[in-house]
Design a protein around this ligand. Sequence first.
Ligand code: TRP
Length: 334
Amino acid sequence: MESVRKTVLSGIQPSGVLTLGNYLGALKQWAQMQDDYLSLYMVADLHSITVRQEPAVLRRRISETYALLLACGIDPDRSIVFVQSQVPEHTQLSWIMNCITYVGELNRMTQFKDKSAKHADNVNAGLFTYPVLMASDILLYQAHCVPVGADQKQHVELTRDVATRFNNAYGETFVVPEPYIPKFGARIMSLQEPEKKMSKSDPNPNAFLLLTDDADTVVRKLRRAVTDCEGVIAYDPENRPGVSNLLTIYSVCANMSMEDAQKHFDGLGYGALKQETADAVNAVLDPIREEYARLLTDKAYLSERMKDGAEKASAIARKTIRKVYRKVGLDCMR
Ligand code: TRP
């Protein structure tokens, strides 16, 4: 029943390319949550312009990222899948929440510190208030549950704080959300430096697997993956991060427990581990690559879906905006 289903919301920035880590660590969970929650998933394009973007590239990446979400099994008939900038309520709520959030709170955000160091020539106000926009994304839909990576947890905690502050000042308005950090098994590490998380911004392209890498590239990158010289296949992430990462990728893609995966490779060498991991990854990626390629040729379908998603999202968001305006003493007229 709709009324007892809780709401889940998450977002992803339109970088245009996603890694196997993004899929196994996030998108796969999003897809699995669709039946149990009222699910909203968005392309967070307003977040991405806190860093300077080339307009034509941004435009292309927004549709590519949207297509990738659908290709990963996020079903626009079961979820509301939308592009953030197409739902104007996000920026509307964001201003109001800016007036609730303290500068001191934003100063403590570690991502702001990291990003402003990285983009020292463009430390804009949007970069600073980015967590307020993210809080607004979540609060607009009264989301209970927000699946995020560990790097975004601090932003969800801030969301809880500002939602509670608003509720205390103006009366019950917002659901106070919980972060949902996917459990172990989903954390995929770099193939070249397995102590680090797999990241698409790694300067070495052999360190990551993209969802759009073709089958041969997957085989080649996994063959080059860093292991160790022990020659025994066993899960020990602390001391043997490379082999353990391959085992993790294998077990998740082959749908096998870690124990069974280790048994499976008992007595085999790293060559077999790499080849079978590549085969398991390719079995997962084949349908994604195929659907992605198909979607990119059907621009009309994509824009129809975007429009439909934006309308559905806006219908929910509008209710929150009306309520918030009324509580604050403003009149939203629509
Ligand atoms: N800030 C998130 C990231 O960079 C993306 C994001 C934007 C998001 N709005 C959100 C995630 C709301 C969860 C909920 O990864």
